[in-house]
Ligand binder design. Structure first.
Ligand code: FDA
Length: 392
């Protein structure tokens, strides 16, 4: 079979690229080894797909070259995607911090992309793996489970390694290497952190305890949002966000009460209830079980009147700078994204085309561009898919 454009991977980026190229009159085939396309779209945002973020800027992306994502993000903005969502009459709302979600279901986003692909004449083959890819005189010859496909342009949209049970594979990285591209080391991002040793011992039975607002920090990077204790460690939005910046051995600090000056607050509490024990006072500021545990294992526990002012200020400092030693992450099994990937040095930032192999494109998560939590990763998938779709 001969097509103009063969796209490997029918996820967010692949479907967007297919639609744009199809509308340009290109014959487009999308192959996906999974039995359904867009599985991550379906499971995203707790089933409501956080499909973009109104505050997207390149600063919310991790990439070895911080300038790489600028061009594509500027040319396809959240408002372009919102226009598409509105054209399909999909109801949506802003949850917080510019994060846009469907009111009903992420199925609507996938349906929208599939309807657009159908209207653009795109052909999609599922349960169709790729066995071999080689360059030929006209472009690319790709041996798929349904036979050999010849294509002028080959787009790699096979995503990263997160959630292998959803069809994730290292295919894109292997293919990139095969064609001479550098692939930067990959690791799980937007992922819960695990604790071990005494930290795990001290806190594991707090699983389920949640704090609505903490600030998790690694070096100069910090995120204010909720935190949750799990059976294996810590999670919640602040931890998922900081996990993309954390590497084993890094110093992780958590401000357990970023909106209150805890030292001042404790001094005021001492005046109000001098006989109360610290753990009971702190239970007004933090979840009760956590307050008790911190007092048992770390801070100590005495009636308020027995603490000197400088000691209460010291306690405040400790709670604003809780040193918790993470031992690792939960890995690709639960990670929302994969950090690292195909080195952007070898890719054009305006078209996503390989600088080494004309006609070869890399889009979406397979590229070394990873967004924060909050709709940024889909926006990168749409924007990079659009950039390639315009030129394939
Ligand atoms: P994606 O992974 O979507 O698609 C890759 C496709 O390639 C898959 O269909 C796969 O089957 C196929 N494939 C892989 N190997 C292949 C091979 N060898 N041959 C053929 N096909 C192959 N982001 C966000 O912005 N908002 C959100 O709400 C969420 N929520 C979310 C929840 C969960 C649980 C996860 C795991 C992730 C998110 N994300 C997210 C991240 C977001 O899903 C992700 O960044 C994009 O789906 C990436 O799009 P891609 O198209 O690049 O890869």
């Amino acid at each position: 079979m001969k097509v103009d454009v063969l796209i490997i991977g029918g996820g967010a980026a692949g479907l967007m690229c297919a639609m744009v190229a199809g509308y340009r009159g290109r014959s487009v085939l999308v192959v996906d080894h999974a039995n359904k396309v867009g599985k991550k779209i379906l499971m995203s945002g707790g089933g409501r797909c956080n499909f973009t973020n109104l505050g997207v800027t390149p600063a919310q992306y991790l990439c070895t070259n911080p300038h790489f994502a600028k061009s594509a993000l500027a040319r396809y903005t959240p408002y372009d995607f919102i226009a598409l969502v509105e054209k399909h009459r999909i109801a949506y709302h802003e949850k917080e911090l510019g994060q846009l979600f469907c009111d009903d279901s992420s199925k609507q986003i996938l349906r929208m992309l599939l309807d657009e692909c159908a209207a653009a004449g795109v052909r999609i083959e599922t349960s169709c793996g790729v066995e071999r890819v080689r360059r030929d005189e006209e472009g690319f010859a790709v041996k798929t489970a349904r036979g050999e496909v010849h294509a002028d342009s080959l787009v790699i949209a096979s995503g990263g390694l997160s959630i292998p049970s959803m069809g994730a594979s290292g295919f894109g990285y292997e293919l990139a290497r095969l064609f001479g591209h550098a692939v930067l080391p990959t690791r799980a991002g937007l992922v819960p952190l695990t604790l071990s040793g005494k930290h795990q011992e001290h806190y594991q039975d707090l699983a389920g305890v949640a704090l609505p607002q903490v600030e998790a920090r690694v070096g100069k990077q910090g995120f204010r949002a909720g935190m949750l204790f799990t059976h294996r460690g810590i999670s919640g939005p602040s931890i998922l966000q900081i996990s993309s910046y954390w590497q084993p051995g890094d110093d992780l600090r958590i401000d357990l009460s970023p909106d209150t000056d805890v030292g001042d607050w404790l001094i005021a509490q001492r005046a109000e209830r001098p006989a109360a024990e610290l753990k009971n006072v702190l239970a007004d500021l933090l979840p009760k079980r956590l307050a008790q545990r911190l007092c048992e294992r770390w801070l100590g526990n005495r009636p308020m009147r027995q603490w000197q002012e400088h000691e209460l200020r010291g306690l405040g400092q400790q709670l604003h700078d809780w040193p918790i030693t993470a031992s690792g992450t939960e890995g690709y099994r639960t990670a929302e994204v994969t950090l690292g990937g195909v080195d952007t040095d070898g890719i054009s930032s305006s078209t996503m085309q390989s600088k080494l192999v004309p006609g070869l494109f890399f889009i979406g998560e397979v590229v070394d561009v990873t967004g924060w939590l909050g709709g940024y990763n889909f926006q990168w998938a749409w924007a990079s898919g659009q950039a390639a779709g315009e030129v394939v």
